[in-house]
Write a protein that binds this ligand. Structure first.
Ligand SMILES: [Zn+2]
Length: 411
């Protein structure tokens, strides 16, 4: 977690535990016991979308030591996609007994409600769109989330036909993109060596150039790669034309940790040593270089499940710097200063799962923050006044956002 010195800096050190595709597994004693600022789960919380599996996923997330846990759905979590769930039930012949459906899957929206109720444990289920947060450590985080994956058939949740594509509307200033599926060309190879990622997603990420893009879905594509972008992007960016391979670095993938028949004895020994070390600490780690914002993206495929329940891949812990999001309220001992309540309210005000960020709240918050930063450098009366006005305005906007969210929740 952040030290007092970090808190005074313009950017804030932030650690993120990333995992995906846990498929209802309890993962007892197999998750990192590190403390992080944020935890991200990139979908496939369950194998068959049963209520029991969602409960198990919530237990798993509660066992991770991070104050904010961001979760998206995956194709396996089809009961979170009510239209798909209804169509799946309709297609079953002969029709299933409604009581039986209810027993395993719950009523329509029940699984979603279970996750919404988990907000009291810091768990936020993100719908497709942009979400802004001010973190416990004072950093501002903008996330774009999408559970949608391409599929030629089947009736899983949140899918589109690859021929029709999908619009991934990633906004400027997005720090982290969280999708269930990989982009075409990066950590997306299947066992048959096919590339299963989505080209539309690759193009959207290349244009937005977030610091991190994390995902899962293609379990065997597990790994991390720091990708350098070409200075001038193609009109329709693709992995073939727009990645500068000479400046890109593969952090790790399954083949760099597991020995193969082609390895020399020395290579095999060094892989085994590396794997043993990572397994003992229960994670692999990567850092996003602070000076590479806008020129590189760290891609992370965090699929935990491998080919079976016993073949597990390690979660990731990623370290990055994020811009300060508010005045200094988190002390080195982790306690909250006097503005903590304001900041928490603002964080709530600018996060509305169904509509993306509230632009008015953001503007008011930023106006307030500009002056709030002056706390550390000594502040003149005019700035003090602007600071009070900014905070008052942010609180007013919070009221409006809360009403809006009630509307979102009711939808
Ligand atoms: Zn999966």
């Amino acid at each position: 977690m952040s030290s007092e010195k970090d808190i005074m800096a313009a950017n804030v050190k932030t650690s993120i535990i990333i995992l995906s595709d846990t498929h209802g597994m309890a993962l007892d004693r197999k998750i990192p016991n590190q403390v992080a600022d944020v935890c991200i789960h990139a979908g496939d919380l369950t194998e068959a979308s049963k209520l029991e599996e969602f409960r198990s996923a919530v237990t798993l997330l509660r066992g991770i030591d991070a104050p904010l846990k961001l979760v998206i759905a995956g194709n396996h979590d089809f009961t979170l996609d009510t239209a798909s769930f209804q169509s799946k039930i309709r297609q079953i012949k002969p029709p299933l007994e409604p009581d039986l459906v209810k027993k395993f899957y719950g009523d329509y929206e029940e699984a979603r409600q279970l996750l919404v109720d988990a907000k009291e444990h810091g768990i936020h289920l993100l719908n497709e769109g942009t979400h802004d947060f001010v973190l416990h450590n004072g950093a501002r985080l903008r996330v774009y989330a999408s559970p949608y994956t391409p599929s030629l058939g089947g009736d899983w949740g949140f899918q589109y036909h690859p021929g029709q594509g999908h619009d991934f509307a990633i906004k400027d200033g997005t720090n982290i993109v969280v999708t269930h599926g990989p982009p075409r060309g990066v950590l997306d190879r299947t066992h048959t060596r096919d590339r299963a990622g989505c080209p539309d997603l690759f193009a959207a990420v290349a244009r937005a150039k977030p610091q991190i893009h994390c995902f899962g879905h293609i379990h065997e594509g597990w790994g991390a790669k720091l990708v350098a972008w070409r200075r001038k992007l193609s009109e329709n960016p693709s992995f073939l034309a727009d990645i500068d391979n000479s400046e890109s670095v593969l952090v790790e993938q399954l083949s760099t940790l597991h020995e193969s028949q082609f390895d020399t004895p020395q290579d095999a020994a060094s892989k085994n040593e590396k794997l043993e070390k990572h397994t003992a600490q229960k994670y692999c780690s990567a850092s996003y270089p602070e000076n590479d914002v806008g020129s590189k993206t760290l891609f992370v495929n965090a699929s935990v499940k491998g080919d079976s329940e016993t073949d597990l891949h390690l979660p990731w812990i990623v370290h990055m710097m994020l811009p300060r999001g508010s005045d200094t309220v988190t002390r080195a001992d982790g306690s909250m200063g006097q503005h903590a309540t304001d900041r928490t309210r603002v964080a709530n005000a600018i996060s509305c799962s169904d509509s993306g960020p509230d632009t008015e709240a953001m503007t008011a918050t930023q106006a307030g923050e500009k002056c709030l930063e002056a706390d550390h450098t000594g502040m003149d009366t005019q700035c003090k006044l602007r600071k009070q006005t900014g905070r008052k305005r942010a609180l007013e906007v919070e009221q409006t956002a809360l009403q809006k969210r009630r509307f979102c929740d009711a939808k």
